[in-house]
Design a protein around this ligand. Structure first.
Ligand code: ASP
Length: 324
């Protein structure tokens, strides 16, 4: 008797999950952006969710939960109900660099998520305030070597993209500038424009409009090719620092245990969004790189996360970085 009751309960449970997935989503979805509004992750999130919400027939509400280089928001997302109503925009920092920098990180990027898909590749640029006394990357590196203690470098918190790519840059040129932390590179960019801080390494989608507008200067882009969005900005190789090659990315994740049907619906909405002409145009104008078909899949994203954790751990340990 007890056995039958248990079996019935199990069937009822399964049916409930099935029904849940079938009419998903029947209320608004929250997407956690683990940085301040207006920064690169926020920008990518708003662009891709715009069209995703049309496919899903429900609003996707962005919630900015900043702190600790993005790990505060992602911890909250990892611990949310895995019902598809809380998803998050993670990135190269939260899902690649963070494990090397936070020994007590409360999530494992490779195990605690249901990956949905890559949203955009975001090349890194070395940018400085408009009147910084160095006209090109060579002069900047020379200046940094003798005056680093006078230079303020902005970043979005330990483990963020700007922090990990920034300390990689500092270690390559053997300089130790003063690091200044923000809750995202959106606010850091405001201070760069007003001249409160001197430079940062940041994702193209945040800085492209201000470079195009002449409000900040770009020394180089750290990719093998120039960006079509910023054709006048040289690559690090062209500018004499070919060792500095680094690119970031932003991707959609759900908490581990999210039902496969819901993961599929979210992935389908993401893929449709990335195929939408308006989404593409907005991402490309900002210098974002559209993910390939394979990169848009949950499996592709899982592989990327695993390779990024493996790539960043030794690099950051060698650069002597830690959150403590
Ligand atoms: N992605 C962060 C932001 O949106 C910045 C960073 O990771 O450097 O502000």
């Amino acid at each position: 008797m007890k056995k039958i009751a248990l079996a019935l309960a199990a069937v009822a449970g399964l049916a409930a999950t099935g029904a849940q997935a079938q009419d998903y989503p029947n209320r608004p979805i929250t997407m956690i952006v683990p940085f301040a509004a207006g920064g690169p992750t926020d920008v990518v999130a708003r662009i891709v969710t715009d069209h995703m919400s049309r496919t899903l027939g429900q609003q996707i509400v962005i919630e900015n939960v900043a702190g600790a280089g993005g790990t505060t928001g992602i911890t909250r997302g990892a611990q949310a109900q895995p019902d598809g109503y809380t998803i998050m925009m993670g990135h190269m920092g939260t899902h690649g660099a963070a494990p090397a920098l936070y020994p007590n990180l409360k999530y494992d990027p490779t195990k605690d998520f249901a990956p949905i898909g890559l949203a955009a590749g975001t090349p890194i640029l070395i940018v400085a305030k408009k009147d910084f006394p160095a006209k090109d990357l060579k002069e900047f590196v020379a200046y940094m070597k003798s005056n680093a203690s006078k230079v303020n470098q902005a970043h979005a918190g330990v483990g963020s993209v700007s922090h990990s790519t920034g300390i990689l840059f500092d270690s390559i040129i053997s300089a130790k500038p003063t690091l200044v932390a923000y809750r995202g590179t959106g606010p850091a960019l405001n201070d760069l424009m007003s001249g409160t801080v001197d430079f940062m390494t940041d994702q193209i989608v945040n800085v492209a409009p201000q470079i195009q507008g002449g409000n900040i200067k770009a020394y180089a882009i750290a990719t093998p090719e120039r960006s079509p969005a910023l054709p006048d900005v040289p690559t690090t190789k062209e500018a004499g620092l070919g060792d500095y090659q680094v690119s970031a990315w932003n991707a959609v994740f759900a908490p581990k245990g999210t039902p496969p049907d819901i993961v599929k619906k979210l992935n389908d909405a993401l893929v449709k969004s990335l195929d939408d002409e308006n989404t593409k145009k907005r991402l490309l104008e900002l210098g974002g790189v559209l993910p390939s078909a394979a990169e848009r899949t949950p499996e592709g994203l899982q592989k990327l996360v695993e390779s990024e954790v493996a790539r960043w751990t030794p690099v950051l340990k060698a650069a002597g970085a830690s959150a403590e």
